[in-house]
Design a protein around this ligand. Structure first.
Ligand SMILES: [Zn+2]
Length: 128
């Protein structure tokens, strides 16, 4: 049996002051975006990735890990996130509307996708 941990956050909880909790390279990625909502989603995704890795590794509170997003296909930094030290867990991040979701799995590659439903009131989550 393969266990997947799901982490999620609501965009309305995004607090840019928490960027200081991220590794420097992750915090710097926030500056690539202009729209506050986009920055908020990226911030929350980065924070959830750190949470997911910390819990998967039973690391100390506040411990951080660099995240590598090198695309397997073209080498650009838009691939699936993974801990840069080459250790687990497998990770996936998705966001839509107000919801930011991270999936983590120690044993196998994982993918998560979230899509806002057309009425805007709810979101649909799939994990594979
Ligand atoms: Zn690519």
């Amino acid at each position: 049996m393969v266990a997947v941990d799901i982490w999620w956050a609501d965009l309305r909880s995004a607090d840019i002051r928490r960027a200081g909790e991220l590794p420097a390279a992750e915090a710097a990625r926030l500056d690539e975006l202009d729209a506050p909502a986009d920055r908020g989603r990226r911030l929350l995704g980065a924070l959830l990735l750190q949470d997911a890795v910390r819990v998967a590794r039973d690391s100390a509170p506040g411990a951080t890990v660099e995240i590598d997003r090198t695309c397997d296909a073209c080498g650009a930094p838009h691939g699936r996130p993974r801990p840069a030290d080459g250790l687990g867990p497998h990770l996936s991040v998705s966001h839509s509307g107000l919801l930011v979701v991270v999936a983590a799995c120690a044993d196998a590659a994982v993918g998560v996708d979230v899509q806002r439903v057309a009425d805007g009131g709810s979101s649909y989550l799939s994990v594979g």
